[in-house]
Design a protein around this ligand. Sequence first.
Ligand SMILES: Nc1ncnc2c1ncn2[C@@H]1O[C@H](COP(=O)(O)OP(=O)(O)OP(=O)(O)O)[C@@H](O)[C@H]1O
Ligand SMILES: [Mg+2]
Length: 475
Amino acid sequence: MPHALLVDDNVDTLDALATLVRGEGYTASTAPTVDRARAELRRQMPDVVLLDLNLPDGSGMNLLDAVGGLNAPAVVLITGHASVDTAVQALRHGVTDYLTKPLDIRRLREILGDIARTSQLPQELVALRESLDTSGRFGHLVGRSASMRRTCDLIARIAPSSASVLITGESGTGKDVVARTIHDLSRRRHSAFVPVNCGAISTGVMESELFGHERGSFTGADRRHKGYFERAHRGTLFLDEITEMPIELQVKLLRVLETGTFPRVGGEEAVAVDVRVLAASNRNVFEAMEQGKLREDLYYRLKVFELELPPLRERPDDVPPLVVHFLEDLEEKEGRRKDITEGTLRLLTEYAWPGNVRELRNVTHSAFILAGDTIEPEHLPREVHLGGDLPGRPDDGKVLRVCVGTSLADVERRMIVATLRQCDGNKTRAAELLGISLKTLYNRLNAYQQEDAGGEAVADGDARDQSVEAAAEQG
Ligand SMILES: Nc1ncnc2c1ncn2[C@@H]1O[C@H](COP(=O)(O)OP(=O)(O)OP(=O)(O)O)[C@@H](O)[C@H]1O
Ligand SMILES: [Mg+2]
Protein backbone atom coordinates (compact mmCIF):
# COMPACT_ATOMS: atom_id res chain seq x y z
CA MET A 1 0.00 0.00 0.00
CA PRO A 2 1.47 3.39 -0.90
CA HIS A 3 2.16 5.78 1.94
CA ALA A 4 1.57 9.55 2.10
CA LEU A 5 3.04 12.14 4.42
CA LEU A 6 0.81 15.19 4.84
CA VAL A 7 2.44 18.40 6.02
CA ASP A 8 0.21 21.36 6.95
CA ASP A 9 -0.07 23.60 10.01
CA ASN A 10 -3.86 23.43 10.01
CA VAL A 11 -5.21 20.40 11.91
CA ASP A 12 -8.56 20.44 10.06
CA THR A 13 -6.81 20.45 6.70
CA LEU A 14 -4.62 17.55 7.84
CA ASP A 15 -7.70 15.57 8.88
CA ALA A 16 -9.47 16.23 5.61
CA LEU A 17 -6.39 15.34 3.55
CA ALA A 18 -5.82 12.15 5.57
CA THR A 19 -9.37 11.01 4.86
CA LEU A 20 -8.95 11.82 1.18
CA VAL A 21 -5.64 10.00 0.69
CA ARG A 22 -6.88 6.95 2.61
CA GLY A 23 -9.86 6.90 0.28
CA GLU A 24 -7.34 6.65 -2.58
CA GLY A 25 -5.72 3.57 -1.05
CA TYR A 26 -2.83 5.22 0.78
CA THR A 27 -1.76 4.96 4.40
CA ALA A 28 -1.16 8.40 5.89
CA SER A 29 0.94 10.12 8.51
CA THR A 30 0.77 13.83 9.30
CA ALA A 31 3.09 16.60 10.47
CA PRO A 32 2.24 20.22 11.35
CA THR A 33 5.81 21.58 11.08
CA VAL A 34 8.97 21.17 9.00
CA ASP A 35 10.70 19.66 12.03
CA ARG A 36 8.04 17.05 12.66
CA ALA A 37 7.95 16.25 8.95
CA ARG A 38 11.71 15.58 9.02
CA ALA A 39 11.20 13.20 11.93
CA GLU A 40 8.43 11.39 10.02
CA LEU A 41 10.66 11.07 6.96
CA ARG A 42 13.34 9.42 9.08
CA ARG A 43 10.78 6.97 10.38
CA GLN A 44 9.28 6.00 7.02
CA MET A 45 10.01 7.22 3.51
CA PRO A 46 6.62 7.88 1.89
CA ASP A 47 5.62 7.54 -1.78
CA VAL A 48 4.23 11.04 -1.74
CA VAL A 49 4.52 14.17 0.40
CA LEU A 50 1.66 16.67 0.24
CA LEU A 51 3.38 19.81 1.34
CA ASP A 52 2.04 23.17 2.43
CA LEU A 53 4.38 26.03 1.66
CA ASN A 54 3.82 28.19 4.75
CA LEU A 55 4.66 26.35 7.95
CA PRO A 56 5.24 27.78 11.46
CA ASP A 57 8.94 26.90 11.51
CA GLY A 58 9.76 27.87 7.93
CA SER A 59 8.96 27.24 4.28
CA GLY A 60 7.86 23.79 3.19
CA MET A 61 10.54 24.08 0.51
CA ASN A 62 13.11 23.53 3.28
CA LEU A 63 12.00 19.93 3.37
CA LEU A 64 13.02 19.26 -0.21
CA ASP A 65 16.65 18.59 0.67
CA ALA A 66 15.48 15.74 2.94
CA VAL A 67 13.61 14.06 0.08
CA GLY A 68 16.12 14.61 -2.75
CA GLY A 69 17.95 12.00 -4.81
CA LEU A 70 16.78 9.51 -7.39
CA ASN A 71 14.91 7.36 -4.92
CA ALA A 72 12.85 10.33 -3.78
CA PRO A 73 9.12 10.38 -3.07
CA ALA A 74 6.86 12.51 -5.21
CA VAL A 75 6.26 15.94 -3.67
CA VAL A 76 3.02 17.79 -4.35
CA LEU A 77 3.18 21.37 -3.23
CA ILE A 78 0.02 23.06 -2.00
CA THR A 79 0.24 26.83 -2.06
CA GLY A 80 -2.14 29.49 -0.87
CA HIS A 81 -1.34 31.91 -3.65
CA ALA A 82 -0.80 31.01 -7.25
CA SER A 83 2.47 32.63 -8.15
CA VAL A 84 3.90 31.35 -11.37
CA ASP A 85 7.40 32.18 -10.16
CA THR A 86 6.97 30.10 -7.01
CA ALA A 87 5.63 27.22 -9.05
CA VAL A 88 8.54 27.36 -11.48
CA GLN A 89 11.05 27.58 -8.63
CA ALA A 90 9.38 24.66 -6.85
CA LEU A 91 9.47 22.48 -9.97
CA ARG A 92 13.14 23.35 -10.44
CA HIS A 93 13.83 22.17 -6.91
CA GLY A 94 12.31 18.77 -7.42
CA VAL A 95 8.61 19.27 -6.70
CA THR A 96 6.52 16.86 -8.76
CA ASP A 97 3.42 18.96 -9.05
CA TYR A 98 1.75 21.91 -7.38
CA LEU A 99 -1.82 22.77 -6.53
CA THR A 100 -3.32 26.02 -5.34
CA LYS A 101 -5.89 26.49 -2.60
CA PRO A 102 -8.82 26.04 -2.64
CA LEU A 103 -7.85 22.53 -3.61
CA ASP A 104 -9.15 20.99 -6.79
CA ILE A 105 -10.00 17.63 -5.21
CA ARG A 106 -10.49 15.87 -8.54
CA ARG A 107 -7.09 16.93 -9.71
CA LEU A 108 -5.49 15.85 -6.42
CA ARG A 109 -7.14 12.43 -6.76
CA GLU A 110 -5.80 12.09 -10.30
CA ILE A 111 -2.30 13.00 -9.14
CA LEU A 112 -2.48 10.49 -6.27
CA GLY A 113 -3.70 7.84 -8.69
CA ASP A 114 -0.78 8.52 -11.07
CA ILE A 115 1.71 8.37 -8.21
CA ALA A 116 0.30 5.08 -6.91
CA ARG A 117 0.39 3.60 -10.42
CA THR A 118 4.00 4.63 -10.91
CA SER A 119 5.30 3.73 -7.46
CA GLN A 120 8.07 1.64 -9.06
CA LEU A 121 9.44 4.68 -10.88
CA PRO A 122 12.19 5.63 -8.38
CA GLN A 123 13.63 2.08 -8.38
CA GLU A 124 13.33 1.99 -12.16
CA LEU A 125 15.32 5.20 -12.45
CA VAL A 126 18.07 3.80 -10.22
CA ALA A 127 18.21 0.67 -12.40
CA LEU A 128 18.33 2.73 -15.61
CA ARG A 129 21.14 4.83 -14.19
CA GLU A 130 23.09 1.62 -13.56
CA SER A 131 22.31 0.29 -17.02
CA LEU A 132 23.76 3.51 -18.46
CA ASP A 133 27.02 2.81 -16.63
CA THR A 134 27.22 -0.86 -17.57
CA SER A 135 25.73 -0.99 -21.07
CA GLY A 136 25.54 2.61 -22.31
CA ARG A 137 21.76 2.42 -22.48
CA PHE A 138 19.19 4.56 -20.78
CA GLY A 139 15.77 3.49 -22.01
CA HIS A 140 15.61 4.38 -25.70
CA LEU A 141 18.74 6.48 -25.33
CA VAL A 142 22.15 5.11 -26.13
CA GLY A 143 25.49 6.74 -25.38
CA ARG A 144 28.58 6.76 -23.21
CA SER A 145 29.96 10.26 -23.56
CA ALA A 146 30.16 12.58 -20.57
CA SER A 147 27.51 14.84 -22.10
CA MET A 148 25.14 11.93 -22.71
CA ARG A 149 25.57 10.90 -19.07
CA ARG A 150 24.78 14.41 -17.94
CA THR A 151 21.70 14.42 -20.18
CA CYS A 152 20.47 11.09 -18.77
CA ASP A 153 21.14 12.22 -15.20
CA LEU A 154 19.10 15.32 -15.77
CA ILE A 155 16.31 13.35 -17.45
CA ALA A 156 16.20 11.00 -14.46
CA ARG A 157 15.84 13.96 -12.14
CA ILE A 158 13.29 15.94 -14.09
CA ALA A 159 11.17 13.28 -15.79
CA PRO A 160 8.98 12.39 -12.78
CA SER A 161 7.84 15.99 -12.30
CA SER A 162 5.38 18.02 -14.34
CA ALA A 163 7.89 20.71 -15.20
CA SER A 164 8.07 21.87 -18.77
CA VAL A 165 11.33 21.23 -20.56
CA LEU A 166 12.87 22.95 -23.54
CA ILE A 167 15.00 20.59 -25.61
CA THR A 168 17.44 22.17 -28.03
CA GLY A 169 20.01 20.76 -30.43
CA GLU A 170 20.84 20.45 -34.11
CA SER A 171 18.66 18.34 -36.34
CA GLY A 172 19.09 14.61 -35.67
CA THR A 173 20.65 14.96 -32.21
CA GLY A 174 17.80 13.06 -30.55
CA LYS A 175 15.28 15.65 -29.34
CA ASP A 176 12.33 13.40 -30.18
CA VAL A 177 13.81 10.39 -28.39
CA VAL A 178 14.58 12.54 -25.36
CA ALA A 179 11.02 13.89 -25.24
CA ARG A 180 9.59 10.37 -25.40
CA THR A 181 12.00 9.17 -22.75
CA ILE A 182 10.92 11.98 -20.42
CA HIS A 183 7.28 11.00 -20.91
CA ASP A 184 7.97 7.29 -20.41
CA LEU A 185 9.77 8.01 -17.14
CA SER A 186 7.12 10.36 -15.85
CA ARG A 187 4.08 9.95 -13.63
CA ARG A 188 2.05 10.63 -16.74
CA ARG A 189 3.22 7.65 -18.73
CA HIS A 190 -0.16 5.92 -18.51
CA SER A 191 -1.70 8.82 -20.40
CA ALA A 192 -1.06 10.07 -23.92
CA PHE A 193 2.15 11.42 -25.42
CA VAL A 194 1.01 13.82 -28.12
CA PRO A 195 3.72 15.10 -30.50
CA VAL A 196 2.91 18.18 -32.56
CA ASN A 197 5.25 19.52 -35.20
CA CYS A 198 4.53 23.24 -35.27
CA GLY A 199 6.51 23.58 -38.49
CA ALA A 200 4.23 21.13 -40.28
CA ILE A 201 0.84 22.72 -39.51
CA SER A 202 -0.29 25.67 -41.55
CA THR A 203 -0.71 28.85 -39.57
CA GLY A 204 -4.40 29.14 -40.43
CA VAL A 205 -5.44 25.92 -38.73
CA MET A 206 -2.88 25.75 -35.96
CA GLU A 207 -5.06 27.40 -33.35
CA SER A 208 -7.97 25.02 -33.85
CA GLU A 209 -5.55 22.07 -34.05
CA LEU A 210 -4.04 23.03 -30.70
CA PHE A 211 -7.10 24.19 -28.79
CA GLY A 212 -9.92 22.53 -30.73
CA HIS A 213 -13.05 24.24 -32.01
CA GLU A 214 -16.77 24.35 -31.37
CA ARG A 215 -19.28 23.21 -33.92
CA GLY A 216 -20.06 25.97 -36.40
CA SER A 217 -17.11 28.12 -35.38
CA PHE A 218 -16.06 28.36 -39.05
CA THR A 219 -17.21 27.02 -42.40
CA GLY A 220 -16.69 23.28 -42.38
CA ALA A 221 -16.65 22.97 -38.59
CA ASP A 222 -19.59 20.59 -38.54
CA ARG A 223 -18.84 19.13 -35.15
CA ARG A 224 -16.91 19.90 -31.99
CA HIS A 225 -13.23 19.08 -32.41
CA LYS A 226 -10.82 18.23 -29.62
CA GLY A 227 -7.45 19.90 -30.01
CA TYR A 228 -4.04 18.49 -29.14
CA PHE A 229 -4.19 20.05 -25.68
CA GLU A 230 -7.36 18.17 -24.76
CA ARG A 231 -6.04 14.95 -26.23
CA ALA A 232 -2.93 15.29 -24.08
CA HIS A 233 -4.95 15.77 -20.87
CA ARG A 234 -3.03 14.20 -17.95
CA GLY A 235 -0.28 13.30 -20.38
CA THR A 236 2.44 15.10 -22.28
CA LEU A 237 2.22 17.50 -25.21
CA PHE A 238 5.42 17.72 -27.24
CA LEU A 239 5.59 20.95 -29.22
CA ASP A 240 8.32 20.39 -31.77
CA GLU A 241 9.84 23.29 -33.72
CA ILE A 242 8.32 25.74 -31.28
CA THR A 243 9.85 28.73 -33.08
CA GLU A 244 7.56 27.97 -36.05
CA MET A 245 4.48 28.69 -33.96
CA PRO A 246 2.93 32.03 -34.99
CA ILE A 247 3.67 34.71 -32.44
CA GLU A 248 -0.02 35.42 -31.66
CA LEU A 249 -0.48 31.77 -30.78
CA GLN A 250 2.57 31.89 -28.56
CA VAL A 251 0.73 34.48 -26.45
CA LYS A 252 -2.20 32.08 -26.11
CA LEU A 253 0.07 29.17 -25.32
CA LEU A 254 1.70 31.16 -22.53
CA ARG A 255 -1.70 31.90 -21.04
CA VAL A 256 -2.64 28.21 -21.11
CA LEU A 257 0.61 27.29 -19.42
CA GLU A 258 -0.10 29.78 -16.64
CA THR A 259 -3.78 29.12 -16.10
CA GLY A 260 -4.26 25.56 -17.29
CA THR A 261 -7.41 26.63 -19.14
CA PHE A 262 -8.39 27.90 -22.59
CA PRO A 263 -11.49 28.33 -24.70
CA ARG A 264 -11.92 26.27 -27.87
CA VAL A 265 -11.99 28.27 -31.09
CA GLY A 266 -15.46 29.77 -31.40
CA GLY A 267 -16.28 28.86 -27.78
CA GLU A 268 -16.78 30.75 -24.53
CA GLU A 269 -16.41 28.01 -21.95
CA ALA A 270 -12.95 27.59 -20.38
CA VAL A 271 -11.67 24.06 -20.90
CA ALA A 272 -9.40 22.91 -18.06
CA VAL A 273 -6.47 20.66 -18.89
CA ASP A 274 -3.63 19.11 -16.97
CA VAL A 275 -0.88 18.86 -19.54
CA ARG A 276 2.87 18.74 -19.26
CA VAL A 277 4.47 20.61 -22.12
CA LEU A 278 7.80 19.66 -23.65
CA ALA A 279 9.08 21.88 -26.44
CA ALA A 280 11.93 21.50 -28.90
CA SER A 281 13.85 23.61 -31.34
CA ASN A 282 16.73 22.92 -33.68
CA ARG A 283 17.35 26.64 -34.08
CA ASN A 284 19.39 28.87 -31.85
CA VAL A 285 16.62 30.10 -29.55
CA PHE A 286 18.38 33.36 -28.74
CA GLU A 287 18.58 34.23 -32.41
CA ALA A 288 14.93 33.24 -32.78
CA MET A 289 14.03 35.64 -29.97
CA GLU A 290 16.05 38.44 -31.55
CA GLN A 291 14.28 37.85 -34.85
CA GLY A 292 10.90 37.93 -33.13
CA LYS A 293 10.22 34.23 -33.86
CA LEU A 294 10.02 33.24 -30.19
CA ARG A 295 8.52 35.27 -27.38
CA GLU A 296 10.90 35.79 -24.52
CA ASP A 297 8.24 35.28 -21.82
CA LEU A 298 7.22 31.99 -23.42
CA TYR A 299 10.86 30.92 -23.60
CA TYR A 300 11.30 31.49 -19.85
CA ARG A 301 8.07 29.68 -19.06
CA LEU A 302 9.03 26.68 -21.21
CA LYS A 303 12.54 26.31 -19.94
CA VAL A 304 11.84 25.40 -16.36
CA PHE A 305 14.51 22.96 -17.44
CA GLU A 306 16.58 23.18 -20.56
CA LEU A 307 18.23 20.18 -22.18
CA GLU A 308 20.80 21.02 -24.78
CA LEU A 309 21.81 18.05 -26.91
CA PRO A 310 25.32 18.55 -28.28
CA PRO A 311 26.01 17.62 -31.92
CA LEU A 312 27.34 14.09 -32.41
CA ARG A 313 30.74 15.39 -33.58
CA GLU A 314 31.27 16.77 -30.06
CA ARG A 315 30.64 13.37 -28.47
CA PRO A 316 32.45 10.79 -30.63
CA ASP A 317 32.40 8.33 -27.70
CA ASP A 318 28.70 7.83 -28.42
CA VAL A 319 29.32 6.58 -31.98
CA PRO A 320 30.41 2.97 -31.26
CA PRO A 321 27.54 2.16 -28.85
CA LEU A 322 25.07 3.80 -31.25
CA VAL A 323 26.37 1.73 -34.18
CA VAL A 324 26.11 -1.45 -32.11
CA HIS A 325 22.58 -0.44 -31.12
CA PHE A 326 21.52 0.21 -34.73
CA LEU A 327 23.09 -3.09 -35.85
CA GLU A 328 21.22 -4.98 -33.14
CA ASP A 329 18.01 -3.32 -34.30
CA LEU A 330 18.71 -4.36 -37.89
CA GLU A 331 19.59 -7.87 -36.79
CA GLU A 332 16.22 -8.15 -35.14
CA LYS A 333 14.33 -6.72 -38.11
CA GLU A 334 16.21 -8.53 -40.86
CA GLY A 335 16.87 -11.72 -38.93
CA ARG A 336 20.51 -11.56 -39.91
CA ARG A 337 23.62 -10.62 -37.98
CA LYS A 338 26.50 -8.62 -39.49
CA ASP A 339 29.74 -7.65 -37.79
CA ILE A 340 31.70 -4.48 -38.25
CA THR A 341 35.48 -4.14 -38.39
CA GLU A 342 37.47 -1.96 -36.00
CA GLY A 343 38.70 0.18 -38.87
CA THR A 344 35.17 0.86 -40.08
CA LEU A 345 34.11 1.83 -36.60
CA ARG A 346 37.11 4.14 -36.39
CA LEU A 347 36.12 5.91 -39.62
CA LEU A 348 32.58 6.32 -38.31
CA THR A 349 33.89 7.72 -35.04
CA GLU A 350 36.09 10.24 -36.81
CA TYR A 351 33.44 11.56 -39.17
CA ALA A 352 31.84 14.94 -38.41
CA TRP A 353 28.18 13.83 -38.78
CA PRO A 354 26.50 17.05 -39.94
CA GLY A 355 23.18 15.14 -39.81
CA ASN A 356 24.04 13.81 -36.36
CA VAL A 357 22.59 10.54 -35.01
CA ARG A 358 20.00 10.34 -37.79
CA GLU A 359 22.75 10.37 -40.41
CA LEU A 360 24.71 7.75 -38.47
CA ARG A 361 21.64 5.54 -38.34
CA ASN A 362 21.11 5.89 -42.11
CA VAL A 363 24.76 5.22 -42.92
CA THR A 364 24.74 2.13 -40.68
CA HIS A 365 21.59 0.95 -42.41
CA SER A 366 22.97 1.34 -45.93
CA ALA A 367 26.26 -0.30 -44.94
CA PHE A 368 24.30 -3.21 -43.48
CA ILE A 369 22.51 -3.66 -46.80
CA LEU A 370 25.70 -3.42 -48.89
CA ALA A 371 27.86 -5.68 -46.73
CA GLY A 372 28.13 -9.46 -46.74
CA ASP A 373 28.86 -10.88 -43.31
CA THR A 374 31.09 -8.03 -42.22
CA ILE A 375 30.78 -4.28 -42.63
CA GLU A 376 34.03 -2.84 -43.96
CA PRO A 377 35.18 0.69 -44.85
CA GLU A 378 34.21 0.16 -48.51
CA HIS A 379 30.56 -0.05 -47.45
CA LEU A 380 30.61 3.49 -46.10
CA PRO A 381 29.72 6.47 -48.27
CA ARG A 382 32.48 8.64 -49.67
CA GLU A 383 31.92 11.56 -47.34
CA VAL A 384 32.64 9.38 -44.32
CA HIS A 385 36.05 8.51 -45.79
CA LEU A 386 36.71 12.22 -46.18
CA GLY A 387 35.47 12.74 -42.62
CA GLY A 388 37.85 15.38 -41.37
CA ASP A 389 37.42 17.63 -44.34
CA LEU A 390 33.90 18.61 -43.46
CA PRO A 391 33.30 21.86 -41.69
CA GLY A 392 32.14 21.94 -38.12
CA ARG A 393 34.50 19.31 -36.75
CA PRO A 394 36.53 20.29 -33.68
CA ASP A 395 40.27 20.23 -34.17
CA ASP A 396 41.28 17.38 -31.90
CA GLY A 397 44.43 16.39 -33.75
CA LYS A 398 42.84 13.33 -35.33
CA VAL A 399 40.89 15.41 -37.76
CA LEU A 400 41.93 18.07 -40.18
CA ARG A 401 39.61 20.94 -40.91
CA VAL A 402 40.12 22.47 -44.32
CA CYS A 403 38.14 25.38 -45.67
CA VAL A 404 37.27 25.61 -49.34
CA GLY A 405 39.76 27.99 -50.88
CA THR A 406 42.78 26.48 -49.16
CA SER A 407 45.62 25.81 -51.59
CA LEU A 408 46.45 22.18 -52.26
CA ALA A 409 50.00 22.84 -51.13
CA ASP A 410 48.67 23.97 -47.75
CA VAL A 411 46.31 21.01 -47.46
CA GLU A 412 49.17 18.69 -48.21
CA ARG A 413 51.46 20.31 -45.70
CA ARG A 414 48.89 20.26 -42.92
CA MET A 415 47.98 16.66 -43.65
CA ILE A 416 51.59 15.57 -43.50
CA VAL A 417 52.32 17.45 -40.29
CA ALA A 418 49.11 16.21 -38.61
CA THR A 419 49.79 12.60 -39.63
CA LEU A 420 53.33 12.78 -38.36
CA ARG A 421 52.05 14.15 -35.05
CA GLN A 422 49.50 11.33 -34.79
CA CYS A 423 52.33 8.84 -35.34
CA ASP A 424 54.40 10.45 -32.59
CA GLY A 425 57.03 11.48 -35.13
CA ASN A 426 57.49 7.96 -36.56
CA LYS A 427 58.24 8.84 -40.21
CA THR A 428 58.06 5.31 -41.60
CA ARG A 429 54.57 4.85 -40.16
CA ALA A 430 53.47 8.31 -41.27
CA ALA A 431 54.67 7.70 -44.82
CA GLU A 432 52.82 4.41 -44.83
CA LEU A 433 49.58 6.04 -43.68
CA LEU A 434 49.97 8.84 -46.19
CA GLY A 435 50.66 6.36 -48.98
CA ILE A 436 53.93 8.00 -50.02
CA SER A 437 57.54 6.80 -49.96
CA LEU A 438 59.74 7.62 -47.03
CA LYS A 439 61.96 9.56 -49.44
CA THR A 440 59.06 11.76 -50.55
CA LEU A 441 58.17 12.43 -46.92
CA TYR A 442 61.74 13.52 -46.17
CA ASN A 443 61.75 15.75 -49.26
CA ARG A 444 58.55 17.40 -48.11
CA LEU A 445 59.76 17.98 -44.59
CA ASN A 446 62.99 19.46 -45.91
CA ALA A 447 61.04 21.76 -48.17
CA TYR A 448 58.85 22.92 -45.29
CA GLN A 449 61.93 23.63 -43.22
CA GLN A 450 63.36 25.76 -45.98
CA GLU A 451 60.04 27.55 -46.48
CA ASP A 452 59.94 28.36 -42.82
CA ALA A 453 63.49 29.59 -42.97
CA GLY A 454 62.39 31.93 -45.76
CA GLY A 455 63.93 29.91 -48.63
CA GLU A 456 62.21 28.80 -51.81
CA ALA A 457 61.28 25.15 -52.09
CA VAL A 458 59.92 23.49 -55.16
CA ALA A 459 58.13 20.24 -54.52
CA ASP A 460 57.70 17.56 -57.07
CA GLY A 461 54.13 17.82 -58.35
CA ASP A 462 53.55 14.16 -59.01
CA ALA A 463 54.35 13.08 -55.47
CA ARG A 464 52.21 15.89 -54.12
CA ASP A 465 49.10 14.71 -55.94
CA GLN A 466 49.77 11.18 -54.87
CA SER A 467 50.06 12.12 -51.21
CA VAL A 468 46.90 14.20 -51.11
CA GLU A 469 44.91 11.40 -52.66
CA ALA A 470 46.31 8.91 -50.22
CA ALA A 471 45.61 11.19 -47.30
CA ALA A 472 42.05 11.64 -48.45
CA GLU A 473 41.62 7.90 -48.64
CA GLN A 474 42.90 7.61 -45.09
CA GLY A 475 40.35 10.15 -43.89
N1 LIG B 1 20.95 8.92 -28.01
C1 LIG B 1 20.29 8.20 -28.91
N2 LIG B 1 20.14 6.87 -28.76
C2 LIG B 1 19.50 6.13 -29.68
N3 LIG B 1 18.96 6.62 -30.80
C3 LIG B 1 19.08 7.93 -31.02
C4 LIG B 1 19.74 8.79 -30.08
N4 LIG B 1 19.70 10.05 -30.57
C5 LIG B 1 19.05 9.99 -31.73
N5 LIG B 1 18.66 8.73 -32.02
C6 LIG B 1 17.97 8.27 -33.24
O1 LIG B 1 18.34 9.15 -34.29
C7 LIG B 1 17.24 9.52 -35.10
C8 LIG B 1 17.02 11.01 -35.03
O2 LIG B 1 16.66 11.40 -33.71
P1 LIG B 1 15.48 12.45 -33.41
O3 LIG B 1 14.38 12.29 -34.39
O4 LIG B 1 15.16 12.33 -31.98
O5 LIG B 1 16.27 13.81 -33.72
P2 LIG B 1 15.75 15.31 -33.56
O6 LIG B 1 16.77 16.02 -32.74
O7 LIG B 1 14.36 15.31 -33.08
O8 LIG B 1 15.85 15.85 -35.06
P3 LIG B 1 15.00 17.01 -35.80
O9 LIG B 1 15.51 18.33 -35.27
O10 LIG B 1 15.34 16.82 -37.24
O11 LIG B 1 13.57 16.77 -35.49
C9 LIG B 1 16.07 8.71 -34.55
O12 LIG B 1 15.98 7.53 -35.29
C10 LIG B 1 16.47 8.39 -33.13
O13 LIG B 1 15.88 7.22 -32.69
MG1 LIG C 1 12.59 15.96 -33.99
